[in-house]
Design a protein around this ligand. Structure first.
Ligand code: BYC
Length: 338
């Protein structure tokens, strides 16, 4: 459904003007790195890279990993209340997939020299960010479908270009993540199609969920390009391939016809086709609300974090047992080899 987003919009091949990074790095190594980026090559863990590139990747990949892990919570709440065995099985598989995505991404970030303990500590102490979208409640079953259709739809739009990210381990992790996200998006849309053929109460439930999630999904792509401190450098380094505003526009354009087939109204009176631009115009996103949520004051921030911390603490015995088992096995192997 979203494979078209591999395409780069007109003019996106031209690198935007970048403020030069403060270069205290060895010039020959820097020149080799720049040449690799300019040739659209891949940087691998053993390659030299400037510290700022490493730091940006750890920031983005760990934030992405945390989003996957926290993203398990709003849907996980509905596993015991799914309306049929089929929906329950699908939802369990989806939530497990998100856990797997988090693990690939933590592993990719570990190749940059940051340990999983460091990343989890940053999440648990509120220093690390995760996607704003997971700080809103899931009030009814239609929310689960809408998360699949719109939240995963927005995530795929953002993530397909990351399959071509300049850092090898991140790009490779994203290939599998995107295949699975594509299934997630379709299952959400299909669940909503079924509800839209049901009773008026079911149709109202879907519309209500769309009303609550639409604007939050547009904000997922991050602040407008003009207010985005990281975008330009991220694009210069081939981490980000398409700007946040261009991705948001692609998402709106792809979603409008899907909403029509579904029979729901997207809650934006300013949403209309602009013949001249060849895109849909849309209304103003509430950035004050976005920043309040990103900064820890959304409706569910405290609960989400508390749930994660509790799950981590409750799982301590599993980690300890696994380590003790690995140690025992290692001792046995050493003894046998002696
Ligand atoms: N939420 O300079 P900017 C998923 C932060 S879906 C929270 O534009 P950049 C899933 C940003 O980090 C979601 N914070 O940043 C789906 C920065 O703060 P720091 C996960 C946000 O990096 C379904 C500051 O605002 N996907 O996983 O150029 C089920 C300024 O922003 C948000 C990814 O993370 C936000 N929405 O662009 C389960 C994809 N937006 O870091 C799971 C990978 C911005 O300087 N990430 N901020 O303190 C990206 O592509 C980019 O990092 C972003 C932001 C587009 C998110």
């Amino acid at each position: 459904m979203y494979t078209q987003s591999f395409n780069v919009p007109d003019g996106a091949g031209q690198q935007p003007a970048v403020k030069p990074v403060l270069r205290t790095e060895p010039p020959e190594l820097m020149a080799k790195f720049d040449a690799c980026i300019d040739a659209d090559g891949r940087i691998e863990p053993q390659d030299w890279m400037p510290e700022a590139y490493r730091k940006t990747l750890v920031r983005q990949i760990s934030q992405h990993a945390h989003s996957e892990i926290v993203g398990m919570l709003p849907e996980g709440n509905w596993i015991s209340r799914a309306p049929s065995l089929k929906r329950k099985a699908i939802l369990i598989a989806k939530v497990q997939d998100e856990g797997g995505h988090g693990l690939y991404l933590y592993s990719a970030a570990e190749t940059l020299g940051t340990s999983r303990d460091q990343m989890l500590d940053a999440l648990h102490t509120g220093k690390a960010k995760y996607s704003s979208i997971f700080n809103y409640p899931t009030l009814n079953w239609a929310d689960v479908g809408v998360i699949g259709w719109l939240v995963d739809g927005a995530a795929i739009m953002n993530q397909i270009p990351l399959c071509r990210c300049s850092y090898g381990p991140y790009a490779r992790a994203m290939v599998r993540v995107c295949k699975e996200e594509s299934f997630h998006q379709r299952q959400g849309y299909e669940a909503l199609l079924v509800m839209m053929q049901g009773t008026q109460a079911q149709k109202d439930m879907v519309q209500d969920a769309v009303n609550r999630y639409w604007w939050k999904c547009l904000a997922m792509f991050g602040p407008p390009d003009a207010d985005s401190p990281n975008s330009v450098q991220g694009m210069r380094w081939g981490i980000k391939r398409i700007s946040s505003d261009d991705l948001r526009q692609k998402f709106v354009d792809a979603t409008v016809p899907q909403a029509k087939v579904l029979g729901v109204t997207l809650p934006d009176p300013d949403l209309k086709w602009n013949e001249e631009r060849g895109h849909h115009d849309y209304g103003q996103i509430d950035w004050d609300e976005f920043w309040a949520t990103v900064n820890g004051n959304g409706p569910m921030n405290k609960e989400r974090l508390a749930t994660r911390v509790k799950a981590y603490n409750d799982g301590a015995w599993v980690r300890e047992a696994a380590l003790a088992h690995a140690h025992k096995q290692q001792q046995r192997t050493l003894k046998e080899a002696a």
